[in-house]
Design a protein around this ligand. Sequence first.
Ligand SMILES: [Cu+2]
Length: 296
Amino acid sequence: MFDRWTFGISSVLVAFILVVLGGRLTQAAQMEGMDMGHYRLNMATNPAVVEANQSFSMILNIYQADGTTPVTEFDEVHTKLLHLILVSEDLTEFLHLHPEYEGDGTFVLDDTLLPKTANYVVFADFTPTGDEQQVIRTVLITDGAEAITPELAVSADSFTAGTLKVDLKIPATVNAGQDTLIGFHVTNAESGDPIDNLDKYLGAAGHLVILDNTSQVYIHTHPAEAEGSHDMHNMAGMETQYGTDVQFAATFPATGLYAMWLQVQYEGEVYTFPFVVDVTGEATPEATAEAHSGHG
Ligand SMILES: [Cu+2]
């Protein structure tokens, strides 16, 4: 039932929340619960046994609900047909990968490297043409890895990577079930000067992926674009630059600790910043109703 070639797939409900904040529209794909999905994902690896720091290929097949009819048409979303998020089970390692489409519902990613021995939770994020964005969760078993429960702790609110320093700007108390503005202030790590010329990365000023402690809640959100954010073709060739503040909107469904990874690109290089935040406030019924009114 659960071997190395046919990985188990958690059925997920993908809900779309359109959050209007300060007059700006931000789309978040959020996943929770155990509803049956409309699609199936089959993930295989070559070699079949995956080891940390050993190159392998991933082969992903996306099927209709019957599990045999391939999905053949995908929308390009943030410049890619398939976004693959791999997170080590303890939520310390984060990979954002883009397998190549080979047609007939098959995606292949060569030369994948896992930075440490751990099982990895995999989120396949794609949009079949004519349907809504889908997120399918599965687990990649790594040779020698043991099942692990994350031990999250609230992170520092500032991280440095390469030339960039990023400061998290978030309300002192974050309430579950309520639209929350999550901001990042980007400066030069050495000079402290504001960085206002971030590159566009995968069609956005930045990407923010949020997971709960059990990696059952998946939120992938982007800053609002002034215009044309849903038509990447219009943006081809545009030299848009971003910073020094990059802001996201998200709704945490419940209290607890959440891991989140900010990705931005600067001078051609992609940087990933890991944060952990604690959602301590309880949702008010009004805020919850508001947060869910954007479904559909
Ligand atoms: Cu993204």
